[in-house]
Design a protein around this ligand. Structure first.
Ligand SMILES: Cc1cc2nc3c(=O)[nH]c(=O)nc-3n(C[C@H](O)[C@H](O)[C@H](O)COP(=O)(O)O)c2cc1C
Length: 188
């Protein structure tokens, strides 16, 4: 992550003793995200991957998606160079895979089973869905780059629940409809 200075930040709500940067992260950690692994083939054909929580759908017509990459990321410039990428939507049972893929170093793919997409981007086994993109635009956005992908193909791969990230913890989606109403428990 890029070095953060607290100079010039003026949030009136920051509690005494807290740094604005920590406060910013803690407040925004209340917004849950899904977790994806963005993959691409490297220059020598080696598999590239980075764990991303900032993935979002952007546009239906034309079909576009986006993610944000830290300027300090060593992997993003290589994905950018590849010119295309695959978004692998992780399943709730893939926390271990997520943790090892978020680590640094060349071991990111150790023990990971995957197959290449038609463009060579790794498609990880056990994911929920995948979105294959060409890199359409990279826009500077503070200490991140906003990467806009033009969607070339996409599909649901399994019916598993997706992995979620919220307040610094991993979890799974629980629909309201699956909660038993009070009356069914005799409490109503
Ligand atoms: C749940 C989670 C979400 C993350 N989301 C992002 C993100 O949206 N953008 C980003 O650049 N890094 C994100 N990271 C950090 C990267 O996965 C990784 O640490 C970073 O790419 C450093 O490795 P690199 O230098 O090989 O790029 C996230 C990590 C985790 C665990």
């Amino acid at each position: 992550m890029a070095e953060v200075t607290d100079a010039g930040w003026g949030f009136p709500s920051v509690p005494e003793g807290a740094t604005p940067a920590r406060y910013f992260r803690d407040v925004l950690g209340n917004f849950p995200t899904g977790v994806v692994v963005v993959t691409a083939p490297g220059r020598e054909g080696e598999p590239l991957a980075m764990v991303v929580g900032s993935f979002s759908s952007v546009s239906l017509d034309p079909p576009m998606v986006m993610f944000l990459a830290d300027r300090a990321s060593s992997t993003f410039p290589k994905i950018r160079d590849a010119g295309h990428f695959t978004v692998n939507v992780l399943a709730a049972d893939q926390v271990g895979l997520c943790r090892s893929m978020a680590g640094r170093g060349p071991d990111r793919f150790r023990g990971v089973t995957w197959s290449p997409s038609s463009t060579g981007a790794p498609v990880l086994d056990g994911i929920v869905a995948r979105v294959d993109c060409t890199m359409d635009q990279v826009v500077e956005a503070g200490d991140h780059f906003l990467a806009l992908g033009a969607v070339q193909d996409l599909r649901v791969v399994s019916s598993k629940l997706p992995l979620l990230f919220f307040r610094g913890e991993y979890g799974a989606f629980g629909p309201h409809a699956s909660a038993l109403p009070d009356w069914s428990l005799g409490w109503g």
